[in-house]
Write a new protein. Structure first.
Length: 941
């Protein structure tokens, strides 16, 4: 009894111990996905891609149940099945019918044992991938096969298609897999495609533009180095590419111990170079009978530059041995380190293993050595060991050694050092075990870049919208280089909006580096973080900074340096209208558009601005008018208007204006300079709200008011002195002078701004008139000004202001009649047209000034006073005996009969004035004036 309970206890303890050991030591998790659309055959995880943000894209294949496959082939379901594992663990399924020839869905094995799959996938920048397939004019003739590529996004949308090359055919066998596509270290900079043909290497470098079209940047052929036995291609830290070739000679000349028997060369190409450079020696050995049998390469995760691991095989008569050596080299081709890797810890791979030890690098330091072999049940077994380069030793992984994986033996290392270990698939289900690879470095951060010590703001920080710089602190001294650092905002729909970008060298005003070389500070313009309660991230380009010691570019930071701005309360402002100016090129571009083009121009401008600011596009509008800026002549630049409506949601109008102005002023470092229409906005002008005329012209308004007050005082004094005088004329006089002065200013300053004032419509441009006008501009202006002097002024002379003698001009009844009628006439030939001109001006300009506004006001006032005055006189004339009439005692002898009084309210006539008026009326000069004026006004209306 006691014994059995003891036995139970031991069992229990053992069970607990084992359980806690397996769960805490191994730390294996699992990840299972059940396919949403059940299918008749098992899904197989066939290929995977990883992205900087931790997203994994799997390609799943299913055997096609409708076609019988033979032993060495597989017909698969004719769809591209992608499974996107998002960093949050959700999976989206894409099964895309690509409408490509059927032979693409046929996987075979070549006579020499290569797996041949026509369809393949390659990672591009986040959200996109490339799939490769073949087209053929005759599917039965492999000589007509052509290799194509197409972009597809994570939602299954298809983009540009590109023809790569003719299919690779060797000795009558089609080798769809003898090509490599290698991404640039900055995935947004495209990729290089390499064909490893029998006699030469064919390469093509592509980039992908903003509309997701392929652009072929350069291409060429290279010959293999003599006796090449291994090759590899990689993207280098400087955004370029390298081809590495290993050569091995079979000579075993024991006479000369220094004779080279194997060597490794690198050929490098900068991003913009049109050719690869000459081969540079990375490594050589004089060990007899050796072959460079494999080359693994990548960016060094813990050091500077690139790293490449060579697999060297030595064949002696009795056996063959494998050696591994790791080289660090710079993109210039200089080798900085050579370390032999001791394999003694690793088990001997079974003789049936399909590979030798393969090498992959681990993001947080070290390398994975792995080898695959089939077991008795034809399952794929894998040995996986981590190599710690600091300790120079191997450690086993958490899983069993060897482990059974899925048929392809897939395991995936994520950027955060998590490993996904594939498991055998089942019907409609696939799964992974997950484990965290130990961090084999004492450097630790979350930037996926071990050169970086810290940043400000840090990851997931909350910062003020007023933050005006960011800093990056490195572990080793750096200097700035020709790469960009870019700050993006992530909007509500997940789009990335570039807020500011700064080049390490070119934007030297914005970047500075501390004396110890460790900290880089990037100055920000105030618009960059101005959006409150928003998500931001910073992307450091791979060539923004480089090592001070080695002059080698440092890797960038993508998709991890994310943080937020704090929410703030912004006061709500009313609708604001503002003015933008186009650059000289922009003006030329705009003016060459037809009217639909111009409408489209505004529509596109609003669309681009709504994305850049960002703001709901409904809040943006424009009156579609343009105005020439006269201050920048002789260069021609036009103003356009932009109205921003207030809204409860989103940002206040005031801060939007401020930001937009800032972004336009710094358009070379903001997205304003990157968009097709906004790039035409003039950075020297920015975005200027229409002036608050009161603020701007406070003094002048006060001046005008003062003058009016003085006139009013004079009027009151006059009233006191002579109540019977028509003292109101003082105000009238003031107004006339005011109107006159403003008209002069209006014509001289603002008349030229609106071409519409001269030319009725663009289509109807009168060349002759334009010529006449350009020759006689001054004359025409002077006549307009003269015509605006008021005939009515004359009546002031007999208004008897304050009873002063000089305002008691004895104007004859006939003269008064003439003044009256002439002043009536001026209402029609001058005041009304003038008002109309000013209204046209007002409705066509974008920026208006104080003078036209006051001119408009004074025109309205004088027209009003004129009309009221005329009406008053007309009413007066119907009533016998007016006050004024009674006041004209001295001139009663000249009094006209009441019937005639309708012509004028005043009785006196000055002979001289009468004559003057006659002269004016009859003189040729006056007629000329009148005709010039009317023709001028005819034209401008
Ligand atoms: C197989 O054939 C059946 C019947 O014709 C069809 O419904 C099914 O879609 C086919 N499956 C594939 C993978 O083509
Ligand atoms: C996970 O992320 C994807 C892509 O970002 C998103 O569409 C999905 O809604 C997220 N799922 C959850 C549960 O958060
Ligand atoms: C082509 O095939 C022939 C016969 O099978 C073989 O002798 C020859 O080496 C092959 N050539 C190449 C380049 O594979
Ligand atoms: C290539 O190999 C052959 C024979 O193994 C040898 O004679 C020749 O010198 C080698 N060429 C080079 C460039 O090493
Ligand atoms: C190299 O190989 C040749 C023939 O395969 C053999 O005769 C010679 O002994 C080998 N040399 C060494 C150092 O193993």
């Amino acid at each position: 009894m006691i014994q059995s309970s003891l036995y139970l206890m031991v069992l229990l303890i053992a069970w607990i111990t084992i359980f806690s050991l397996t769960s805490s030591v191994s730390g294996l998790g699992s990840f299972t996905h059940n396919e949403m659309n059940p299918f008749e055959t098992k899904p197989r995880i066939w290929k995977y891609l990883t992205y900087f943000d931790g997203t994994v894209v799997l390609r799943i294949i299913n055997r096609n149940p409708n076609i019988t496959s033979l032993d060495n082939e597989a017909w698969i379901r004719p769809v591209l099945s992608l499974r996107i594992i998002h960093p949050n663990g959700t999976v989206s399924e894409i099964d895309k019918d690509l409408e490509i020839p059927e032979f693409n869905w046929h996987i075979t094995i070549s006579p020499d044992g290569y797996l041949l799959d026509p369809v393949n996938i390659y990672a591009l920048q986040k959200g996109f991938l490339l799939f490769r397939y073949f087209n053929a004019s005759n599917p039965d003739d492999i000589n007509t096969y052509e290799e194509w590529g197409r972009i597809i996004d994570w939602n299954g949308n298809l983009y540009d298609n590109v023809y790569f090359s003719k299919a690779n055919i060797e000795n009558g066998t089609w080798y769809p897999t003898k090509t490599s596509i290698v991404n640039n270290v900055n995935p947004e900079k495209g990729f290089i495609k390499i064909y490893w043909r029998v006699d030469y290497v064919e390469w093509q470098q592509y980039t992908i533009d903003d509309a997701f079209n392929f652009i072929k940047l350069s291409y060429g052929n290279l010959s293999y180095l003599e006796n090449t036995t291994a090759f590899n291609v990689m993207g280098t830290v400087d955004d370029g590419y390298s081809i590495i070739m290993g050569i091995s000679t079979s000579s075993d000349n024991d006479e000369d111990p220094l004779e080279t028997s194997a060597a490794v060369y690198v050929l490098t190409k900068g991003y913009d170079d049109k050719q690869f450079g000459a081969p540079k020696l990375l490594y050589q050995s004089n060990l007899a009978n050796i072959t460079i049998s494999n080359i693994f390469s990548g960016i060094s995760s813990t050091g500077i530059g690139q790293v490449c691991t060579l697999n060297i095989t030595q064949n002696t008569v009795t056996s063959s041995r494998n050696y591994y050596v790791k080289l660090n080299f710079l993109s210039s081709g200089s080798v900085t380190e050579i370390i032999p890797i001791p394999l003694s810890y690793l088990p001997v791979l079974p003789s049936n293993s399909t590979t030798r030890w393969l090498v992959a690098s681990i993001p947080y330091g070290g390398y994975v050595f792995y080898g695959r072999f089939p077991d008795a049940n034809n399952n794929t077994n894998v040995y996986v060991y981590y190599f710690d380069e600091y300790e120079n030793k191997f450690t086993a992984w958490d899983s069993r050694e060897p482990s059974v994986l899925n048929l392809r033996g897939i395991f995936i290392i994520l950027p955060n050092n998590t490993m996904l270990i594939s498991q055998m698939e089942d019907f409609n289900m696939w799964s992974f075990l997950t484990t965290d690879i130990p961090k084999l470095t004492n450097l630790d951060n979350n930037y996926s870049n071990l050169q970086i010590n810290s940043t400000s703001p840090s990851i997931n920080d909350n910062i003020s919208t007023l933050t005006n710089n960011i800093t990056i602190t490195y572990y080793e001294p750096v200097e700035l280089s020709d790469g960009n650092i870019s700050i993006y905002q992530i909007d509500n729909s997940g789009n990335n909006i570039i807020r500011q970008f700064v080049n390490g060298i070119k934007s030297s005003d914005f970047c500075s580096i501390s004396d110890d070389g460790l900290t880089v500070t990037v100055k920000l313009i105030k618009s960059t973080f101005s959006n409150p309660n928003s998500k931001f991230y910073v992307k450091i380009g791979s060539n923004f900074a480089r090592s001070r010691a080695y002059k080698e570019s440092l890797m960038g930071v993508y998709d991890v340096w994310k943080f937020n701005t704090n929410p703030i309360e912004e006061p709500l402002a009313g609708k604001v209208s503002g003015v933008l100016r186009l650059t000289i090129e922009g003006t030329e571009y705009f003016e060459n558009l037809n009217s639909t083009g111009k409408n489209q121009f505004f529509a596109n401008l609003h669309l681009e601005l709504s994305k850049i600011i960002p703001i709901n596009i409904k809040r943006l509008s424009s009156n579609g008018k343009t105005q020439v800026d006269t201050t920048v002549s002789p260069s021609r630049q036009i103003f356009i208007s932009l109205n921003i409506e207030p809204s409860n949601e989103g940002r206040s109008v005031a801060s939007i204006i401020d930001n937009l102005n800032e972004m336009i002023k710094y358009k070379s470092i903001t997205s304003i300079g990157l968009n097709p229409i906004t790039k035409y906005l003039d950075e020297n002008f920015g975005f200027t709200p229409k002036q608050d005329l009161w603020d701007e012209y406070k003094c002048r308004f006060l001046g005008v008011l003062l003058i009016l007050a003085i006139l009013l005082v004079l009027f009151l004094i006059a009233e006191k002195m002579q109540r019977k005088g028509r003292n109101i004329a003082i105000l009238h006089l003031g107004l006339i002078i005011f109107d006159f002065v403003l008209d002069v200013l209006f014509v001289s300053k603002n008349g030229k701004v609106i071409e519409l004032l001269y030319i009725p419509s663009h289509e109807n441009k009168s060349k002759d008139f334009l010529y006449w006008f350009s020759q006689n501009e001054k004359l025409a202006s002077v006549f307009t000004v003269l015509s605006s002097a008021d005939i009515e002024a004359l009546s002031i002379l007999h208004s008897n202001i304050a009873g002063l003698k000089c305002f008691q001009a004895p104007i004859s009844t006939k003269g008064k009649n003439r003044i009256f009628w002439a002043s009536c006439l001026t209402v029609f030939v001058e005041d009304i047209p003038q008002l109309i001109i000013q209204l046209i001006y007002y409705y066509n300009v974008i920026t208006y000034d104080i003078i036209p506004l006051l001119a408009l006001v004074s025109s309205c006032l004088s027209l009003l006073i004129n009309i009221i005055g005329k009406l008053f006189q007309a009413i007066n004339s119907c009533r016998p005996g007016t006050l004024e009439y009674d006041g004209q005692d001295d001139f009663q002898k000249l009094q006209t009969p009441t019937t005639e009084r309708s012509s004028a309210s005043d009785e006196s006539i000055s002979h001289s004035i009468d004559i003057k008026e006659e002269n004016e009326k009859n003189s040729d000069k006056n007629n000329l004036t009148g005709s010039s004026k009317s023709s001028f006004q005819e034209v401008i209306l």
